[in-house]
Design a protein around this ligand. Structure first.
Ligand code: SF4
Length: 176
């Protein structure tokens, strides 16, 4: 499948723990005032790359421990993002996904692609950016309404469990 990308960062240390490759998808319907990445909001524009092309670029750096899907809104391209996330998990990468939606709503109403993407995500950072709740003290998110959700634990227990930094250490890719 193809992804429409706003861009990528091959060596990020600000989009989750460890050295990460960050994929910024193009297009987001949430229109949060104060959005960190307003140029990624329009659905038009961006560059189209196949999932296989993105995977190949990620694999080029053996020091990358994890991949973060951000945007834009990854769930606007849920099927392609799910394909990418499933392949990454199969290769041992940590996967974080950012969304302006809510975990419960995406699981209930997002459709099969959204469910696949969530099931292939280690940490889901959910909720829109709310300027009034913005804080520079927060790590990995911009406003205090946003949650860092431990997806495997949340799915196993049936209720939202927040991620704790020592519970999901970045895994070494199988290719190392
Ligand atoms: S969800 Fe994220 S990318 Fe979308 S408008 Fe809000 S802050 Fe911007």
């Amino acid at each position: 499948m193809d992804l429409c990308l706003y861009g990528t960062v091959q060596d990020s240390i600000v989009d989750g723990p460890g050295l990460r490759y960050t994929v910024f998808v193009q297009g987001c319907p949430h229109a949060c005032p104060g959005c960190h990445n307003p140029d990624s909001q329009p659905a038009e524009g961006g560059e189209v790359h196949s999932v296989q092309e993105v995977l190949a670029d990620i694999r080029q750096n053996p020091l990358v421990q994890g991949v973060t899907l951000s945007g834009g809104e990854p769930f606007q391209q849920a099927d392609a993002c799910a394909e990418l996330a499933e392949a990454l998990k199969a290769e041992g990468y940590s996967v974080w996904t950012y969304t302006g939606g809510l975990f419960e709503d995406l699981m209930a109403n997002g459709g099969e692609g959204a469910q696949r993407l969530i099931r292939s995500t280690d940490v889901l950072v959910d909720g829109p950016f709310v300027e009034a709740l913005r804080s520079l003290d927060l790590k990995w998110c911009g406003s205090s309404n946003q949650r860092l959700i431990d997806v495997p634990k949340s799915l196993a227990t049936g209720s939202v469990i927040l991620w704790q930094p020592d519970t999901v250490a970045p895994q070494r890719p199988a290719s190392w």
